[in-house]
Design a protein. Structure first.
Lengths: 94, 254
């Protein structure tokens, strides 16, 4: 199923997520993370999108995975954070 | 003797060319081939630049842009969509390791915005930096800024509004429906200002550029020396324009 969310990160920027997910198994098929936030280096958003494919749509699993990617790649966000990203993804679920 | 940085004036370029120049200068600086560089520029035709992470179709009404002859391009920096018409756009390229540039990204935004604030002061305008990336006058935005760091080099570019046509801006930017559009236009008119609006008169681009030049010189305690793009920068500009900014693949990446 394809879905979209628009989420204003508290004290941050406007996040727009485009999600394609497998309703039956609750898995991410594809995801596009867009918005007016900043991420350093910029290429990490592609990395996060790729790493999230096949991930179970459970908040704790998503948050843990996103935090791990941030730590492993020394990612710096401005106007975005792991919690907000997780929330944005969850808002796509119907 | 004060450190000398290069100053570029490159007016009236297309959106593709403008973004390609910024990247070419970043590349040249990262290779140690040019000193820190400040550039003042304008856009011809008018253009919308979107942030690196934004979806083009979400942000821009492409048909309306084509109708009005407004260019559109994806930047290499994050941040939001910007309508470029009556403004001075600046960019600064400088090594991350330069003592004048804070390692902390947020602090470096504030430092570079300090040059714009000092420049505005020379036009008798009192402004202040509001994190994350705005400069405001009396609570209204006059400048938006965006920074990237690649190959240990900082590129920050931003706008200084000399005038603003909110109605035209919102024809090209995509807004969900007409009711919201009316409300947004009213809202943006309340939140955005320009040099012309504040001073009550038109100020030439040359005068704004001169004020900003002094602003950068004071903020960083340097001298800006007029220069031009090197042969290598010109070649890279053409290459980046052709391979990235003018392509559907780049602009429709998201």
């Amino acid at each position: 199923m394809k879905s979209k969310s628009v989420y204003k990160i508290p004290n941050g920027k406007l996040l727009k997520i485009f999600l394609d997910y497998d309703e039956k198994n609750n898995l991410i098929n594809d995801i596009s993370i867009t918005g007016d936030f900043f991420a350093y280096p910029e290429e990490v958003i592609d990395l996060i999108e790729n790493d999230l494919i096949g991930t179970k749509l459970e908040k704790s699993i998503l948050l843990k995975k996103i935090n791990l990617i941030i730590k492993e790649n020394d990612i710096k966000f401005i106007g975005l954070n792991a919690k907000g990203l997780t929330q944005g993804i969850f808002m796509c679920l119907k | 003797m004060k450190e000398q940085w290069r100053l570029l004036h490159t007016e009236n370029n297309s959106a593709y060319r403008n973004m390609a120049i910024d990247w070419a200068v970043l590349k040249a600086n990262s290779e140690g081939k040019i000193p820190p560089t400040v550039r003042f520029y304008t856009w011809k035709p008018s253009a919308i630049s979107i942030g690196y992470f934004q979806s083009l179709n979400e942000e821009i009404d492409i048909d309306i842009c084509k109708k009005y002859g407004v260019d559109y391009v994806r930047r290499i920096t994050g941040g939001g969509a910007v309508y470029h018409e009556n403004e001075l756009t600046y960019s600064i390229v400088i090594p991350e390791s330069h003592p004048q540039i804070p390692k902390n990204i947020m602090e470096s935004y504030g430092r570079i915005c300090g040059a714009i604030i000092k420049g505005l002061k020379h036009l008798s305008i009192e402004s202040s930096y509001v994190p994350i990336n705005d400069i405001i006058v009396d609570g209204k935005k006059i400048s938006g800024n965006a920074q990237t760091r690649k190959s240990k080099t900082v590129l920050q570019h931003g706008t200084v509004l000399t005038d603003v046509n909110v109605n035209k801006m919102f024809s090209c930017l995509r807004v969900p429906d007409e009711k919201i559009k009316d409300k947004l236009i009213a809202d943006v008119k309340q939140r955005v200002t320009s040099i012309k609006h504040i001073l009550g008169e038109e100020v030439t681009f040359a005068k704004v550029a001169q004020a900003m030049k002094v602003g950068f010189e004071e903020e960083f305690n340097i001298e800006l020396e007029e220069g031009s793009l090197t042969k290598q920068e010109l070649e890279d500009t053409m290459r980046f324009e052709k391979e990235y900014f003018s392509t559907k693949e780049w602009n429709h990446k998201k």
